[in-house]
Design a protein around this ligand. Structure first.
Ligand code: UDP
Length: 255
């Protein structure tokens, strides 16, 4: 059967329609971009790794009551997702100072934040994804005030779950970007991906500032060993998932 016309092609994924108008198919690509696509490359095996990491994390979050767009993975680099209308906001949650927060505020990299910081950026490459204020979001009528509160609460709840999940795999969750969408019933769902492309992940056992980096900063900063770092993240995430499944199984004594 020939591939249907794509609905949308982004920097890291291609979205295809399916026979069911409520379901799309996301193909995760090996293409890597940074600095608003000014730097381009390929990370061998990235599509599969990001798809598998995202699938594990979406399933874990769903189990904890967070609605996501995830359905299942028909192939290792393909995810069936619920059709959602993406809210044009990049919701960034930070636990430790890094990246643009340090560049823009002078906070030293690695400083632990007293409480998680939630930020909203406009999802618009032409404008360079500017940082928004609450009033600008309401001015642009991107979401209502109540929806914005819900987005922030969801982002903080997701942060709590993800921090714990990654910590069990010896990974420190520094910061990450989320996207949300409204499904056909008007329910807000976590969408896009959660992967080493969209999170800063530091090896908790490493102190060396370069050796600890397990995410796209290896590509952004030309640190090398990108594929190995991404594979490590996948391996650890899948190990935590297996461990969690084992502890959830009823023991023979419980029967
Ligand atoms: N991020 C992302 N896509 C973007 C911008 C940021 O996934 O278009 C992620 C990035 O990987 C990091 C977090 O959001 O985990 C915060 O990024 P930051 O604002 O520090 O931007 P950067 O320093 O990468 O320019």
């Amino acid at each position: 059967m020939s591939q249907p016309e794509k609905l949308y092609e982004g920097k890291a994924k291609i979205i295809y329609p399916t026979d069911d108008p409520n379901i799309f198919l996301a193909h995760y690509k090996d293409d890597a971009t940074a600095f608003n696509a000014q730097k381009r490359g390929q990370i061998q095996g990235k599509g599969e790794i990001n798809c598998r990491v995202s699938a594990v994390l979406f399933q874990d979050l769903e189990a904890k009551g967070i609605p996501t767009h995830y359905l299942d993975c028909p192939a290792s680099n393909q995810m069936r997702i619920r059709a959602v209308e993406i809210v044009p906001l990049e919701v960034v949650v930070r636990n430790i100072a890094a990246g643009s927060l340090c560049r823009q505020t002078g906070l030293p990299e690695g400083q632990i934040l007293a409480q998680p910081l939630v930020e909203f950026y406009l999802k618009n490459d032409e404008l360079g994804d500017p940082l928004l204020t609450r009033d600008r979001i309401l001015l642009l009528e991107i979401v209502t005030s109540e929806q914005l509160d819900r987005l922030k609460a969801l982002a903080l709840e997701i942060d709590g779950h993800l921090q714990k999940f990654f910590a069990a795999g010896g990974i420190t969750l520094v910061d990450f970007k989320l996207e949300f969408g409204f499904d056909r019933e008007g329910q807000l769902r976590l969408a896009d991906e959660i992967s080493p492309d969209t999170c800063r992940l530091w090896d908790s056992a490493e102190t060396d500032p370069e050796a600890k980096v397990m995410d796209k900063d290896r590509f952004r900063r030309d640190l090398g060993q990108i594929e190995t770092a991404y594979q490590q993240v996948l391996q650890r995430v899948e190990t935590v998932m297996t461990q969690n499944q084992m502890t959830q199984l009823p023991s023979t004594n419980d029967r």
